[in-house]
Write a new protein. Structure first.
Length: 327
């Protein structure tokens, strides 16, 4: 009897030694926390959106999501890190227009091709760009600005957040469509743009709605127009560029979206898409995004991929026609 008991205990011990570690065989996403790479420093608009989404997505998946800020090179370093991550569903990246769609068009040193190295999961937000005028500029809307620019070619100056950013590209598209020529003054950030437009050092400045909305609402700066197809609720008095006859059909927005490394199992991509769409429909999330002038995304991974292709085609055209290269 004791011999049989000893053999049973020994067999059980052997079986336990051969058994996998707890959690190792768990189905996604139970095995371990997810990581959301955010390719910017903490505190900005992209980071704020990412942290909000990570919190709510984690609650729905019943799994922790760790936010990993990997800033540098305009988002390129963070996106590059994501392209080299394991395609197992445990690494996500909050991409945005610059490092995903524009960087490789203007900088041959960018090694990754986001179109093949990343799989789109869901469009998270779109946000138009707002064109702001210095005090005393004799133009109150886009029609008047175009007339002023035609009377003074190569004279009016505008500030953007840098060469090849979507803010810069939006103005290049606008100039091409309206057949005018302004002088680009690249800056490093929104705070400098705001200060110099307020101080009259530049005639015009471009900011995303998340930064521009409070300035306009508090009458600190005057908005001439915004780049969405129609007006937005947070700035109802500001015309869309497309309302001006010369800019009919104009639409070019900044965006954020979630991606995973290419090769991630399709069922994982579909589940993430489903949960992200549910997160973006939460009243709290919609309210917080709208407060900054952002519009929540919706749709399938395929719809997001089609959106990306359309946007990249616009970027590629203007980069080529305006001969834009990163300095």
């Amino acid at each position: 009897m004791f011999k049989r008991l000893f053999l049973s205990v020994s067999a059980l011990a052997a079986a336990l030694c051969l058994a996998p570690a707890a959690g190792a065989g768990d189905a996604w996403p139970a095995a371990k926390p997810l990581t959301l790479i955010v390719p910017v420093s903490p505190g900005g608009n992209v980071d704020t959106t990412a942290r909000l989404v990570a919190q709510k997505l984690g609650e729905r998946l019943k799994q922790s999501i760790i936010v990993d800020n990997v800033a540098g090179a305009g988002g390129v370093l963070g996106v590059a890190k994501a392209t080299h991550a394991a395609a197992d569903g445990y690494t996500l990246v909050m991409g945005f227009d610059g490092p995903v769609s524009v960087a490789r068009l203007i900088n041959p040193a960018v090694r990754y091709d986001a179109e093949t190295a990343l799989a789109p999961v869901a469009l998270v937000t779109t946000a138009p760009v707002v064109l702001l005028a210095r005090p005393g500029l004799p133009a109150s809307n886009m029609q008047e600005l175009i007339a002023l620019a035609r009377s003074k070619p190569d004279t009016l100056t505008y500030a953007s957040s840098g060469v090849g950013t979507v803010l810069h590209l939006a103005m290049e598209v606008m100039q091409e469509q309206a057949k005018i020529k302004l002088v680009h003054v690249p800056y490093r950030g929104g705070a400098q743009i705001t200060n110099d437009v307020m101080g009259g050092q530049v005639d015009l400045g471009l900011l995303v709605t998340t930064s521009a909305t409070p300035l306009v609402q508090q009458n600190k700066l005057r908005a001439l127009g915004l780049t969405s197809a129609a007006r937005i609720a947070t700035l109802p008095g500001v015309q869309a560029f497309a309302e001006t006859p010369e800019l009919k059909g104009f639409e070019l927005n900044t965006w954020t979206g979630v991606f995973v490394p290419a090769g991630t199992p399709p069922e994982v991509v579909q589940r993430l898409n489903q949960e992200l769409n549910a997160v973006l429909q939460l009243d709290e999330v919609k309210k917080r995004l709208a407060e900054g002038g952002a519009i929540p995304g919706q749709g399938s991974p395929e719809a997001f991929a089609a959106f990306l292709k359309k946007e990249k085609d616009v970027y590629a055209h203007i980069v080529k026609s305006a001969n834009i290269q990163q300095e």
